[in-house]
Design a binder for this molecule. Structure first.
Ligand code: NAD
Ligand code: MG
Length: 383
């Protein structure tokens, strides 16, 4: 029995993780649920799964959640500090980080310091502070299991290859809803169009990141830290069908790939259940439904965010933190119709040029960098 805490249980990953846990009652026990502001769904989940403790990050909603659950034994807390405290509970074995954005950094650090294994969906944490997080995990003997489908694919391909060096990895990208479009096309695309992903149904932020290819850029940086790779060992190929989830090439030239239908429940279940493959009734892949699997070069000139992410990774230090903060602000402004699709890249590029570079950032430096990059991005939007 693994006792699980889910940070972000009301989101796309969180709700699918609950489906996995529900289908495997002999393998998992739910200890902690947390959400930001979807109190109704959090209450419903708490009543259904009866966890030990829940946290609503938005403190204004504490009374509502507490009132709804006062007839139960479930402990209810509110606020960002509570979120960091619950991951340290002695009854938690593994923390699934399924919250979105930089807000995942602090609770992930606290969980690692408390010796909890991490099932990592919150890629922003590794983008912002990959060195710090991987060093901490090593120091505390904590494993970080990837949930992101591409990284799960690589992790699965590496099974049994412990002593065999990786020559390179190839991350697949669907290309998103705007694959093949020109910059002129992208200048006028709408929020509604960007929110329609061809293959995956995900939260709003990652869906916009997928349309701009920033998601793939964040995943390149995530892969660097998860698998201890040099920058030049990471490639991206566009594969519109999203059936091959990623590939590893070894030093003998052999390539291993992991395939399956695009369904996040599989990588979620693999991360939670590792090293066991639990039996599932997920729909099976049929080759006859996909007679052609195709591949293309990513268009780094049109989709500048991917090029900016590669650049941030090469510059290292706090640059990926700047990239991430500027992107979070740009995406939320795009979702409020305050900036156009292409302006998102302009904002990120400007922030990367203007926020102070730090080669070897401490945790405090990341906090300062994140704040400065957000302020700079907001200034750029308001001007
Ligand atoms: P989502 O927006 O659907 O859900 C986010 C969850 O985090 C919600 O439960 C929300 O309440 C919580 N949350 C948001 N901000 C918070 C804050 N400041 N404090 C506390 N809780 C907060 O997002 P999602 O699509 O499930 O993505 C979650 C993470 O997983 C992201 O980092 C994303 O990049 C990654 N990911 C998602 C998918 C996918 O298919 N959705 C695939 C791969 C990776
Ligand atoms: Mg992914």
């Amino acid at each position: 029995m693994k006792r699980i805490a889910i940070l972000g249980s009301t989101g796309s990953i969180g709700t699918q993780a609950l489906d996995v846990i529900k289908a495997n009652p002999d393998s998992f026990e739910l200890e902690v649920l947390t959400a930001h502001s979807n109190a109704d769904l959090l209450i419903q989940q708490a009543l259904e799964f009866n966890p030990n403790t829940i946290v609503i990050a938005n403190e204004n909603l504490y009374d509502k959640v507490q009132d709804a659950l006062q007839h139960t034994d479930i402990k209810v807390y509110a606020g960002a500090n509570a979120l960091c405290a619950v991951v340290e509970m002695g009854t938690v074995d593994m923390v699934l980080t399924a919250m979105v954005g930089y807000a995942g950094l602090q609770p992930t650090i606290r969980a690692i310091k408390a010796g909890k294994h991490i099932a990592l969906a919150n890629k922003e944490t590794l983008v912002v502070a990959g060195q710090l997080i991987t060093d901490l995990a090593k120091a505390h003997g904590v494993n970080i299991y990837p949930v992101d489908s591409e990284h799960s694919a690589i992790f699965q391909c590496l099974s049994g290859e412990f002593h065999n060096p990786i020559e390179k990895i190839i991350l697949t990208a669907s290309g998103g809803p705007f694959r093949g479009r020109t910059a002129a096309d992208l200048a006028t695309v709408t929020k509604a169009q960007a929110l329609k992903h061809p293959n995956w149904d995900m939260g709003a932020k990652i869906t916009i990141d997928s349309a701009s290819l920033m998601n793939k850029g964040l995943e390149v940086i995530e892969a660097k830290w998860l698998f201890g790779l040099k920058n030049e060992q990471i490639e991206v190929v566009v594969h519109p069908q999203s059936i091959i989830h990623s590939l590893v090439q070894f030093e003998d030239g052999s390539i291993k790939a992991q395939l399956g239908l695009p369904d996040m429940k599989l990588p979620i279940q693999y991360a939670l259940g590792y090293p066991n493959r639990l039996k599932s009734d997920f729909p099976r892949f049929n080759f006859m439904d996909y007679p052609q699997l195709t591949f293309e070069q990513p268009d780094l000139e049109t989709f500048r965010n991917l090029a900016l992410a590669f650049k941030a990774m090469e510059q290292g230090g706090n640059m990926p933190c700047i990239l991430n903060a500027a992107n979070e602000i740009a995406v939320s402004a795009f979702l409020r119709d305050e900036v156009g699709f292409l302006q998102m890249s302009d904002i990120i590029e400007s922030c990367m040029a203007k926020v102070a570079y730090i080669a070897n950032p401490s945790f405090e430096d990341y906090v300062t960098t994140d704040r400065e990059a957000r302020e700079k991005a907001i200034q750029l939007i308001n001007n």
